[in-house]
Design a protein around this ligand. Structure first.
Ligand code: SF4
Length: 416
């Protein structure tokens, strides 16, 4: 008994020190540097901050949080890493209903009833990386395809016919065949058809991003997959993606290049989702404070079956995903939270109102997938196969407003 009490006291001391440190991060390390910096003048990258993190202590903090910590967090969650830690912890599970109510209220206050609609356009499934959870991994013996101009034109016409004005260009990571030369050709073609153009491709240099911005790029999604280095190395075994730090510092390069919106994400299931989510929250806060001209989004994909894919190491339950969405909304009111078609229809319908601000519907996850469905070139299986029109009806039936266009580049240029 005495030993247990001593152990609990020591856990408490460790946690108090950690929470003091987390609160200090919020108020001290970065906020003061934000004034007057938008892009260009900031030195250093997140990897330097990351190197100083004591991840074992963060894990300890997550798993020793108490009901009192959660209640304190619910009273003042905005921008506080110590609150995010409590809200992501197992101790917050009994408070899910309260978190959901706060999340709905904050989301409606900041975003109204609007849900932005976007669709992925897969350009290529060529990839020079080996990632054991992905259908495009270089070791998988699948037919490889990169769309040419005419094929992209056909995909664009079909996406427009569904009503979309916002598109996410996706490709495997192949520097030579699907690199800057290809993007220089493709971006003007796509941008002439859509108001908002996002990309999810290999991490590029700051100069390359700046050039793509001049060609119409508005947003970039870059998944770190996991912030836990050993796990990262286990799943990324060949190719440029093995460089954890190059990937980790990509959002810094994006912000300095003037990209309007930067998306972060972890692949839920590769490792402990609570810890990955907490470190992503730290990354988000670092970026928001440092590069205040950019906007930010997160995506929360759960590992899905694919060709040659691995099983999740840790499952995140439906309730866990709800907890994570609500925790991030309470942490950051202005954060875009994206929901993809990886989730089941009934579950998606219930999630839309909780804190989600962007979604896709009717997605294909293979190059040319809208013109030629069923080619078996998919990156992963999707779960919700309902059309864009059906999802729009579902949103309206729940008092939400599907928004097909909320962006005009000219407005941004005038205000900059
Ligand atoms: S996750 Fe990305 S980098 Fe890895 S194999 Fe798939 S497409 Fe390539």
């Amino acid at each position: 008994m005495a030993i247990q009490s001593q152990h609990q006291a020591s856990l408490g001391n460790e946690k108090d020190k950690l929470i003091g440190k987390l609160s200090g991060d919020v108020t001290g390390n970065f906020t003061g540097k934000a004034t007057g910096t938008g892009t260009g003048s900031v030195k250093g990258n997140f990897s330097e901050v990351f190197a100083a993190l004591d991840i074992d202590r963060w894990r300890l903090g997550l798993y020793s949080a108490t009901a009192a910590d959660v209640e304190r967090a619910l009273r003042a969650p905005a921008g506080r890493l110590d609150a995010l830690m409590a809200l992501l912890s197992p101790a917050a599970e009994p408070y899910l209903e309260q978190m959901a109510q706060q999340s709905v209220r904050l989301t409606r206050k900041r975003f109204g009833a609007n849900i932005g609609m976007y669709l992925p356009l897969y350009l290529s499934n060529l990839c020079a990386n080996e990632c054991d959870y992905c259908g495009f991994s270089m070791v998988n013996k699948i037919k490889r395809k990169t769309l040419n101009d005419a094929e992209i034109g056909r995909e664009i016409a079909l996406i427009q016919a569904m009503g979309y004005d916002s598109v996410l260009l996706v490709s495997g990571e192949h520097e030579t065949k699907v690199g800057m030369d290809y993007f220089r050709r493709v971006l003007p073609q796509v941008k002439s058809a859509f108001s908002y153009l996002a990309m999810e491709v290999q991490p590029l240099s700051e100069a390359d991003y700046a050039e793509l911005v001049s060609l119409g790029l508005d947003a970039v999604m870059v998944y770190q997959e996991t912030y836990q280095r050993r796990t990262y190395s286990e799943h990324h075994t060949r190719g440029k993606k093995t460089d954890f730090i190059w990937r980790l510092d990509t959002p810094d390069r994006l912000a300095r290049a003037g990209v309007d919106k930067i998306g972060l994400g972890v692949l839920l299931g590769l490792d402990d989702w609570r810890l990955d989510a907490l470190i992503m929250g730290h990354h988000l806060q670092y970026l928001e404070n440092r590069y205040w001209r950019s906007r930010y989004s997160i995506s929360l994909p759960r590992l899905r079956p694919c060709t040659g894919g691995v099983a999740p190491k840790t499952e995140i339950s439906d309730r866990g995903l709800v907890q994570m969405i609500c925790a991030f909304r309470l942490f950051s009111e202005s954060l875009d939270i994206s929901l993809s078609t990886r989730e089941r229809p009934d579950f998606r319908d219930n999630l839309f109102a909780l804190g989600i601000t962007q979604t896709s519907a009717g997605s294909a996850t293979s190059p040319g997938g809208y013109s030629e469905p069923d080619t078996h070139l998919d990156q992963f299986e999707i779960s919700d196969e309902r059309s864009a029109a059906t999802i729009a009806s579902v949103l309206k039936s729940r008092g939400l407003n599907p928004v097909w266009k909320d962006w005009e580049s000219g407005w941004h240029g005038e205000c900059a």
